[in-house]
Design a protein around this ligand. Sequence first.
Ligand code: NAP
Length: 486
Amino acid sequence: MSIAIIGSGFSGLGAAIRLDEAGHRDFLVFERGNDVGGTWRDNTYPGAACDVPSHLYSYSFALNPDWTRSFSAQPEIEDYLRGVAQRANVLDRHVFGCEVRRTAWNPEKSHWELATAKGGYTADILIAGFGSLAEPSLPAIPGIESFAAAGGDLFHSAQWNHDTDLAGKRVAVIGTGASAIQIVPAIVDRVTHLGVYQRTAPWLLPRFDRAFTAPERWAFRNVPGYLRLARAGIYAGRETQVVGLAKNPNLMKGFELLSRAKIRREIKDPELRRRVTPNFRIGCKRMLISNDWYPALDRDHVDLITDGIQEIDGRRIVTADGTVREVDALVVATGFHVTDSPMFDTVCGADGASLTQKFADKGMRAYKGTTIAGYPNMFVLVGPNTGLGHSSMVYMIESQINYVVDAVTTMRRRGLRTVEVKQHALDSYNDRLQKALDGSVWMNGKCASWYLDAHGNNTTLWPDFTFRFRRQTRRFDIDAYETAPA
Ligand code: NAP
């Protein structure tokens, strides 16, 4: 094996397909789950759906005229990925149920050594497609471990326990992020009582979701160029948001007015309106889209609880104001380890340092979001500062894949054993990035978000138009790399 790919979500699977197409067929994909799909295989919570329109949230090389809705639900995206993998004939080079436990560069042998659940492997090139929203983050609430011990059902949104029947139960949901706002409306009719624990109110915009009509779907399939045109329209519309988010946050005012009007329209109770109104600038945290979140909060058997959770004592949740609420099931929709992924502990570079150690001083940094000095022949997909809050991650992933495929092609054409990004190229790239982020709403919008790391740096988001990222990753720029011949 020459190329090892970790993970088979949108990024790892996409890399496998594109490498295969380019004639680089000597890869293995290590996937800890039992199927492809990544986050879209794992997040099966009720109401799970995408916030980016389906025709943009799909591979450009595998457009899907058959999407049933403008915003796809999780099962349809999972099916899509499975279908794409089957048609591309890459499943024969997948090793499922195979967690990669440790990966280390061997400087003497100039290769990567992988310790996996199914034994040891070596690879010349490592493609890390383990994703950034893959490791659930559990809240460190004192006593939380006593909840399950007292017979309560507790699970993270990304690890939904479908054996638990919530019907007739008193349920608590912690968190009001993208996952929670989909879960709450989806379970509200089933439960006896729902307590929603909000730390920070999110900004919400309307969700323009609808089923495609039969003639539309016929046209997507049969009218030449129609599908691409629809996709381009969605792309362009989304891209305009960058101007407000990254360059001039004052331009986000219109979104804020829309969001305030939505609160007034969808909630009757003035006190509830006050508590759902965010206290930071719109866009600073991911803007959420929903038409049924506020109406769900306004229901009689739903309480929005804004006092912080002080402790959990068996089945009782105690908030800072001293109120005790007993519940039967607790859903923690508290997000993921993004800038502190436990996967970083498992990847060790030329000097033996793990990515966690490497990122300790300045946070996550990579060249073009993809390569890291000290980690030769390694390419990270969905790497540092490649994330988006407003458009399709699949577009960014495909840009990175272009870069990686061209890197592999270049290495093989030139007979190179190793490529390693030069430290100064990485440093100046990141200096430019951080400067570009200075004026963004993510840095100035007065919120705490998972976009920022422990140092207060934004090491997750791309601060510019996405076509600029596409342009800079079109070709592998070998001049930025130290190389060694085979
Ligand atoms: P998230 O956006 O990180 O939200 C986590 C929520 O939990 C926040 O409301 C947070 O409050 C709260 N929280 C975290 N720790 C807490 C604690 N100790 N005590 C109380 N509350 C706590 O996570 P997510 O909703 O799973 O979404 C993560 C990302 O996944 C999204 O931003 C998006 O990129 C993606 N996603 C997309 C979709 C979609 O396309 N529809 C759906 C789901 C997820 P604070 O705000 O105060 O931190």
